[in-house]
Write a protein that binds this ligand. Structure first.
Ligand code: FES
Length: 111
C-alpha cells in the first residue's frame, strides 16, 4: 500500500482538437474542469476559483498561471496551487496523458 491515489483515465478528445494555446471545458460528474494546452503539454485543473467560486478557466493565462477573472487570485495550472491572494487553497489538479493521439484525463478513484 503506497498511499498514492489511483486514477481512472477517460478519453476526452484528440490532441489535434486541443492545439497549443487552446483550452477546453468539460464536466465530469459534478466537477467542472478546464484543460489547457501550453506549448504542447496538456494540464487540467478545476474550473473554480477557491476564493469565491469564480469561473477560473475564463481567466487570462500568463505562463503557467491562470488569473481569476473576478479578478486577483492566480493558480498554477500544473498543480492547482494558489499562487496569489485572495485564494489560499488549491483548486483540484488532474493528471493528463496522451495515448494514441488522444488526450486522456485521470479522475481519482474512490474505493
Ligand atoms: S473568485 Fe477568484 S479572486 Fe475572488
Amino acid at each position: 500500500m503506497t498511499g498514492k491515489p489511483s486514477f481512472q483515465y477517460f478519453e476526452i478528445c484528440a490532441l489535434e482538437e486541443l492545439p497549443p494555446g487552446e483550452r477546453l471545458f468539460i464536466d465530469v460528474g459534478e466537477e467542472e474542469i478546464v484543460l489547457f494546452n501550453i506549448a504542447g503539454y496538456v494540464y487540467a485543473i478545476g474550473d473554480v476559483c477557491t476564493h469565491d467560486g469564480g469561473p477560473l478557466g475564463e481567466g487570462e493565462l500568463e505562463g503557467f498561471e491562470i488569473v481569476c477573472p473576478r479578478p486577483g487570485a492566480r493558480f498554477d495550472v500544473r498543480n492547482g496551487e494558489a499562487t496569489r491572494l485572495p485564494a489560499i487553497d488549491p483548486t483540484p489538479s488532474y493528471p493528463v496523458r496522451v495515448s494514441g493521439g488522444m488526450v486522456e484525463l485521470g479522475i481519482p478513484v474512490t474505493e
